[in-house]
Each structure stands twice: as C-alpha cells, then as structure tokens.
Design a protein around this ligand. Structure first.
Ligand SMILES: Cc1ncc(COP(=O)(O)O)c(C=O)c1O
Length: 409
C-alpha cells in the first residue's frame, strides 16, 4: 500500500480537531505584540495560554537587545554544529552563566528542549541500564525512553513508595555494569504540582541512582533567585542533572542541562541531536545572556507573577471553581464534563468575554473531566484578572450545569 494513502486512514491523535477545529482549538493564531493583550480572530483578548511567565518576551528593552544582536551577528552565524564550526565565545559564556544561575558547576546548551532532553537520555543510558520515570512526565521524556535502549519503568505520579518498588526491582536485576537513571519534573506542566524531589533524593541513601529533573516550568519562576524547583524545595544539590528550557520564562528557543564537568564533557561528545545539528544562532545566544541577566536583576517580576497567580486562584475558588492545588504559577481548573464542554468553554470565553484560555479533555485528562489551564504572567494586571474572573462568573451555568457547586478551600 502506498504510504501516503495509508496515512489518510490513520487516526489522528487530535481527532476532529485536526481539520474542523484547525485555527481555533488547534493551531490558533494569537496576533499582535506578545503579552497579555493580543488579538485572536481579529478580537482583543486577554491571554492566559502563553508561558512568558516573567514578561521577558514582552519587555521593550529586550526587544531592543534582539534588534542589536541581530544587527551585530545576523541570524545565520555561526554555521554548523558546535562540534564542527558552530562554537563561539557567546555560547560558552552563556553556558557558564546558566551553570552559575542554577548552582551547578557546568552546563551544556541544547538547541531545543524537547530534542535536547530526549537525546540526553539517549546518551546517558544504554541496554544495561534502567530508566525509571514519573507517569506524568512530558512527552520528551517518554520519547527519550523510546530512543534509549535501557529497560524502563514508570511509577505513579509522585508515588515515592511506587518509585522505591521500581528501584528495588532494578537493583535486583542489575549487572555489574548496570546503572539507574530516575527522571522527574520540577513542575508538572498540566497540574502545576512539584515533583517530590526531596523524597526522591532521600532514596539515594538506599539505592544507587542518578536523578535527572526536567524543570521547564520551574526555571526562572521558582526559588528565591529563579533557579528552579530544586532551590524552592531546598534540594538543588541532590539533582544530578538539571534541565531547563528557554521556552517559558526566558521566552526564547533553546535549553540546557547543568551537571558535573565530567558529565558535560561526555554529553558534548554524545548528545546526537546537538552533534548532528546546526548550533543556536549567535543573535539568539546573545539575547539569552541578556535575558538571563534581567531575570537575575528583577526578582520583583517573580513576586508579581506569584501575586497574580494567587489573586487569580483565590478569585476562581471564590466563584466555586475547583483549582487544583498547584505549587507553581500553573493554574489548572478542573471540572466534570465532555470534550464538547471543553470546546464550549473555550469558545464562550474567547467570543463573548474576550478571554483566551486553553482546555484539554480526554485522553489528556481522565474521561468525563475537563481541565482549563491558565498561565499567569508578571505582565497581567488587576484589570486582566477582574475581566477574567467576570468571564468565569458568567459561564458558570454552562460549566456547572446540574453539578452541585461547592467552594474549595
Ligand atoms: C516539561 C517540559 N519539558 C520539555 C519541554 C520542551 O522544551 P522546548 O519547548 O524548549 O523544546 C517542554 C515544553 O516546552 C515542557 O513543558
């Protein structure tokens, strides 16, 4: 059978949203300058779906930095992979600054978070090793497992007893040259709760393993200095390999891993997605350096982000919504309902109330549940929050229907 013909019958993971919902529920186009006020389908909307947590992407000074960096370096240079012709002083300086920022001795830049972490996992473990990860891990970790030849197993979300069982199983089957890599997230992106990093690290007393933490949402937003979930929980030292992406708080493309110099040296020669791919453009690297500096110098952005998150959550709870007990700025609102309810909520909010929110239904959440995920930013104002809460108030009859609403604590 012709491959292209076969693809026509292959079910899409997005179901009807691939075609009918295109441009609305999937691939929507938010237009205008990046920030909490954008345009969707020509309408003004307050946006709660982009991860520019600290407002770095909307910052006027950063826009100027980008222009200057592009003038100085262009978007082309350097050409080639880091290993060949794509290295520069800027790349190396950014690596030193990232390592310093997250309190690790060394760091390696990655072109993209997704491919980078997948490829790091692939490089770290081989067929003799064991990879154990949280069931709610991001797709890049699951795909890293697919690439790695190691044995892999999953533990229930943040279930430390479950992880311990998997560790016991792995230890019982280890050969002399076997090692164990445990992977968790700093912040779980859909639910906003933190990985139980302290408890995982405590297991190192009993079992021989190394811990890799994907802190995509925690990098820049958590900890007194923005150095992430480990610092927030007081256990950054126990994270053996820290992963952060620029895709959220830095509002850019690129990512990094930070760990011991000997491991970085190994990764430089073994992370295939970097060895066989063009390096990050210099303009981007120069901009990333300045963004990191700004994040360091403006802790009040994190305070404002948290202030907004708290105001939004308490307002939603006052209205009777079930806001999951998130420990990060991610604000998930869970309710009973079908996929249809999920799309109706998004449509009502966007069309009638000028509020852009994103929702997910089955299979991302269990059948019969709808999760609306709001991402507060430091750039949101009280007016944005008020407008959004008014909208949530207005759609209550649609959301709750016959459900008996109870205020959550
Ligand atoms: C938890 C997590 N890990 C990894 C990634 C991938 O990072 P990037 O967008 O830099 O490829 C994301 C999404 O951005 C994420 O949410």
């Amino acid at each position: 059978m012709d491959l292209f013909d076969k693809l026509k019958d292959r079910p899409s993971p997005l179901g009807p949203f691939t075609s009918e919902g295109y441009g609305y529920y999937t691939f929507p186009k938010l237009e205008g300058p990046l920030g909490p006020d954008m345009k969707f389908n020509g309408k003004d909307v307050v946006v709660w779906s982009i991860n520019d947590y600290l407002g770095v992407g909307a910052n006027d000074y950063i826009k100027q930095v980008d222009v200057e960096a592009a003038k100085k370096y262009s978007f082309s240079a350097p050409m080639g992979a880091r290993l060949m012709t794509g290295n520069s002083d800027e790349h190396e300086a950014l690596e030193r600054e990232l390592a310093d920022f997250v309190h690790k001795p060394d760091a390696l830049l990655l072109n993209f978070g997704y491919q980078g972490i997948m490829s790091v996992i692939h490089a770290l473990v081989d067929r003799n090793d064991f990879l154990i990860y949280d069931e709610l891990s991001h797709a890049c970790i699951v795909d890293g497992k697919q690439l790695a030849m190691s044995e892999s197993s999953v533990f229930k979300h943040n279930d430390i007893a479950g992880l311990e069982k998997q560790l016991q199983r792995a230890v019982a089957r280890m050969k002399p040259n076997s090692s164990i890599l445990v992977v968790s997230e700093g912040v779980f992106g859909m639910t906003g709760d933190l990985g139980k990093l302290k408890e995982i690290i405590a297991l190192k007393e009993k079992y021989p393993f190394r811990l890799l933490v994907d802190d995509a949402h925690g990098f820049g937003t958590l900890g007194h200095d923005g150095s992430g979930a480990g610092t927030e929980l007081g256990c950054q030292d126990g994270i053996d390999i820290y992963f952060g992406t620029f895709a959220k708080a830095v509002a850019l493309i690129g990512a990094f891993v930070a760990t011991e110099p000997s491991v970085i040296e190994f990764l430089k020669a073994n992370v295939r997605s970097q060895i066989f791919a063009k390096t990050l453009p210099l303009a981007l690297v120069a901009s990333a350096r300045e963004r990191l500096k700004l994040i360091r110098e403006n802790p009040q952005w994190r305070d404002k982000l948290w202030e907004n998150a708290k105001k939004l959550r308490s307002g939603l709870r006052e209205l009777g919504y079930n806001v999951l007990p998130s420990e990060s700025p991610v604000t998930p609102v869970l309710t009973e309902g079908s996929t249809e309810l999920c799309t109706t909520i998004m449509k009502e909010m966007r069309e009638k109330h000028g509020v852009f929110v994103s929702g997910v239904a089955y299979p991302v959440v269990p059948k019969g549940m709808v999760l609306i995920r709001l991402i507060p930013m430091a750039t949101h104002t009280d007016e944005h929050i008020k407008k959004t809460l008014n909208a949530f108030e207005a759609i209550k009859p649609i959301v709750f229907g016959n459900i008996n609403v109870q205020k959550t604590a």
